[in-house]
Design a protein around this ligand. Structure first.
Ligand SMILES: NC(=O)c1ccc[n+]([C@@H]2O[C@H](COP(=O)([O-])OP(=O)(O)OC[C@H]3O[C@@H](n4cnc5c(N)ncnc54)[C@H](OP(=O)(O)O)[C@@H]3O)[C@@H](O)[C@H]2O)c1
Length: 249
C-alpha cells in the first residue's frame, strides 16, 4: 500500500483525522482536507510527518465544484501521482430538527455532503483509477440509517442515500477493479461532542451488545482494511462499526 495516495475529506479533526493517521501509518500518502481549520489540519500533517509518514493539508470546500477540482489538482502536483483512495468523510453542522421545523434547505444542506461532494470528487478521481485498474471509494455513513432517529430526518435521509449510491457505484465500477463500500459508525465521541463519560452516554451504551463506546480508531481500522489489497473482493457493502447496535441493511 505504500505507494498509494489517499484523500480523506474533513480530516482536520474527528474521525477523518484518525482515519488519515491510520492510513499514513501503513505508508499511504494522505491529503488532509479541511474547510476552515488550517491550524488543526497542519497539526495533523506534522504529527504524521513526525512518525515518518507523508501528508499535505489542502483547504477546499468539498461541496464546491471549483474547489474540488483545485483540491485534486494540487494533490496531483504535490505527489506527482493520482488519488487511489477516496474517503468521503467530511460533514457540516448536523442540526436536530422536528418535522415541523425542518425545511427542504435543511435536507439539501446534508445532501450536499453525502451526495453532491462524493459525486464531484468521484468525477475528478475516477479516470486515473480506471487507467490503473485499481481504486477504493469509501463512504462514511452512520448507524442512523438503520435507527431512523426522530427529529433528525434531514441527516438520516441524506445518510441513507449513501447506501444506494454505494451499491450503484460498486456495480458500475467493478469492471475496473474499483471497489466502493460504506462504513457506518455508531456514536463515536470526537472533539465536537465535548466530554462524554460512561455515565452521560449510559443509556446508549446499555443498548450495545459490546457494552462500551467506540473509539475513532475502531472506524479507522475498518476504513484501512477496506482500502487495502486484502479487501479486493469486497464491494457495495455496508460495514457497521457500532458495537453491534444494529445488524445491517
Ligand atoms: N462522530 C460520530 O459519532 C459519528 C457517528 C456516525 C457517523 N459519523 C460520520 O463520520 C464523519 C465524520 O464525523 P465527525 O464526527 O468526525 O465530524 P467532525 O469532527 O465535525 O469533523 C468534520 C470535518 O469535516 C470538515 N468540513 C466541514 N465542512 C467542510 C467542507 N465544506 N469541506 C471540507 N471539509 C469540511 C471539518 O473541517 P474544519 O475543521 O476546517 O471545519 C472537519 O475536518 C461524518 O460523515 C459523520 O456524519 C460520525
Amino acid at each position: 500500500m505504500s505507494k498509494k495516495v489517499a484523500l480523506v475529506t474533513g480530516s482536520s479533526k474527528g474521525l477523518g483525522k484518525v482515519i488519515a493517521q491510520k492510513l499514513a501509518e501503513s505508508g499511504i500518502k494522505v491529503i488532509i482536507n479541511y474547510s476552515s481549520n488550517q491550524e488543526k489540519a497542519e497539526e495533523v500533517v506534522r504529527d504524521i510527518q513526525e512518525l515518518g509518514g507523508e501528508a499535505i493539508a489542502i483547504q477546499a470546500d468539498i461541496t464546491d465544484k471549483e474547489d474540488v477540482k483545485r483540491l485534486v489538482a494540487v494533490s496531483r502536483q504535490t505527489f506527482q501521482q493520482p488519488i487511489d483512495i477516496l474517503v468521503n468523510n467530511a460533514t457540516g453542522p448536523q442540526p436536530e430538527l422536528s418535522l415541523e421545523e425542518v425545511t427542504w434547505e435543511d435536507y439539501l444542506d446534508q445532501l450536499h455532503f453525502t451526495v453532491k461532494a462524493p459525486l464531484l470528487l468521484l468525477k475528478e478521481v475516477i479516470e486515473p483509477m480506471k487507467e490503473n485498474q485499481w481504486g477504493r471509494i469509501i463512504n462514511i455513513g452512520s448507524e442512523v440509517v438503520e435507527l431512523g432517529n426522530s427529529d433528525f430526518s434531514n441527516y438520516v435521509t441524506a445518510k441513507s442515500a449513501i447506501i444506494g449510491m454505494t451499491r450503484s457505484w460498486a456495480n458500475e465500477l467493478g469492471k475496473h477493479d474499483i471497489t466502493v463500500n460504506a462504513v457506518h459508525p455508531g456514536f463515536t465521541p470526537v472533539e465536537r461532542h465535548g466530554e462524554v463519560t460512561e455515565t452521560s452516554a449510559g443509556s446508549y451504551i446499555e443498548g450495545l451488545p459490546l457494552n462500551r463506546l467506540g473509539k475513532p480508531e475502531d472506524i479507522a481500522y475498518m476504513v484501512r482494511f477496506l482500502a487495502s489489497d486484502e479487501a479486493n473482493f469486497i464491494t457495495g457493502q455496508n460495514m457497521n462499526v457500532n458495537g453491534g447496535n444494529t445488524f445491517g441493511v
